[in-house]
Design a protein around this ligand. Structure first.
Ligand code: ZN
Ligand code: ZN
Ligand code: ZN
Ligand code: ZN
Length: 361
């Protein structure tokens, strides 16, 4: 099948390589070898003010230097470089290779136009390690942590992270910062409710579990399809030229089932001015770009993929694509909350994996 040798197969290798190097961390040794940072450190230790100022500026500057030359974001996984040393994050790198393959051209560095391929481009471990040491801010407590430990902090250590009451299973709706939950739990009235009163809460929970069960069963059914393909894609932001500028996202073309497709996404379903609204969500649409000779019955699922970090819940959508019906409807991207949506908007590009299943019925 022609689709099986497109971008996805190559991206798997990239992901595996990325996992490998996370373990080979030789940064600490290297740091000791350099004399320069020491002298600098001594100089700026004279006043606290200067330390803060300098460090802030240095980090900002390093961020600008170590970012991906294509999407300008700080890379989250592997970093590649062309023969002339221009840096690309793994998402942009696979994207360039896939784009070139679709156009039947050789990929080139967007900066210097030198040819790039899986063999000519190399990893840059120094940059990968340096980026993982750059500070980034915890979304709950606003303190700074090295990037490589931020996720663990936010998920398991931060005292400000949002948690629920331990009696949520019997219906307590309380949610708040973790450090307030102990106080709440001592005062919570839910443990004193009768069995009859907690039945409603249990039923809601049962229903939720049943829904999840349906989702997983459906995924296993889809995995039994004959034709399955996946693509690791990038949504890039664009603005319309209308009087009120609107932000939307689009991927470049990709191939699946011998046809070409794109994915579009938008915020709050193109509400006039999403900045007026505190609630934010994203919806996306799958579009068939080539002429369909027959109706293509497609099931599709969006996942974060190997280069993305979006916290999307798996949801299966289906659309019958034909010559007249070449655009699927805008379907919700199942994000946990507005904060996650805003985090995606803040990034320059959104990496994701789209799995498509072609129904033969
Ligand atoms: Zn990039
Ligand atoms: Zn280059
Ligand atoms: Zn925190
Ligand atoms: Zn409670």
């Amino acid at each position: 099948m022609s689709e099986s040798d497109a971008a996805p197969s190559s991206s798997e290798n990239v992901a595996a390589e990325a996992a490998e190097t996370n373990q080979t961390n030789n940064a600490p040794e290297k740091m000791e070898e350099f004399a320069e940072p020491d002298t600098k450190r001594r100089k700026i230790s004279t006043t606290v003010k200067i330390i803060e100022d300098k460090r802030y500026k240095l980090e900002e500057r390093l961020g600008g230097i170590l970012c991906c030359a294509v999407c300008l974001d700080l890379p989250r996984s592997a970093v590649y470089q062309c023969l002339n040393g221009h840096l690309m994050c793994a998402g942009c790198f696979t994207h360039l290779l896939a784009d070139a393959r679709l156009r039947d051209e050789t990929a080139t560095c967007p900066n210097c136009r030198v040819e790039i391929s899986k063999t000519s481009a190399t990893r840059n471990l120094a940059v990968e390690n340096a980026v993982s040491e750059l500070p980034s801010e915890c979304q709950y407590c606003n303190k700074q942590f090295p990037r490589n430990s931020l996720e663990r902090h936010e998920e398991t250590q931060c005292e400000e992270r949002i948690s629920g009451c331990k009696f949520s299973r019997i219906g307590c709706p309380w949610r708040g910062p973790l450090h307030e939950s102990r106080q709440h739990e001592t005062e919570c009235t839910h443990p004193n409710r009768t069995g009859a009163e907690v039945m409603d809460a249990l039923q809601v929970m049962d229903q939720k579990l049943a829904d999840e069960r349906v989702l997983y069963d459906s995924i296993f059914d889809l995995l039994a399809f004959e034709k399955i393909t996946f693509n690791d894609l990038q949504l890039k932001p664009y603005r319309t030229d209308e009087f009120v500028h609107r932000l939307f996202y689009e991927t470049s073309r990709f191939s699946a089932f011998n046809n070409q497709w794109v994915v579009k996404a938008r915020i709050n379903n193109s509400q006039k001015d999403p900045t007026q609204s505190s609630e934010r969500d994203m919806t996306y649409q799958l579009i068939l770009k080539t002429k369909a000779t027959t109706t293509l019955s497609i099931y599709y699922i969006m996942l974060k993929g190997p280069f993305g970090d979006m916290k999307v819940q798996p949801r299966i959508y289906k659309h019958d694509f034909s010559e007249l019906e070449n655009e699927g409807p805008y379907m919700p991207l199942s994000l946990p909350d507005t904060a996650e949506c805003n985090r995606l908007l803040a990034a320059k590009t959104i990496n994701f994996r789209l799995i498509m299943f072609l129904s033969s019925k």
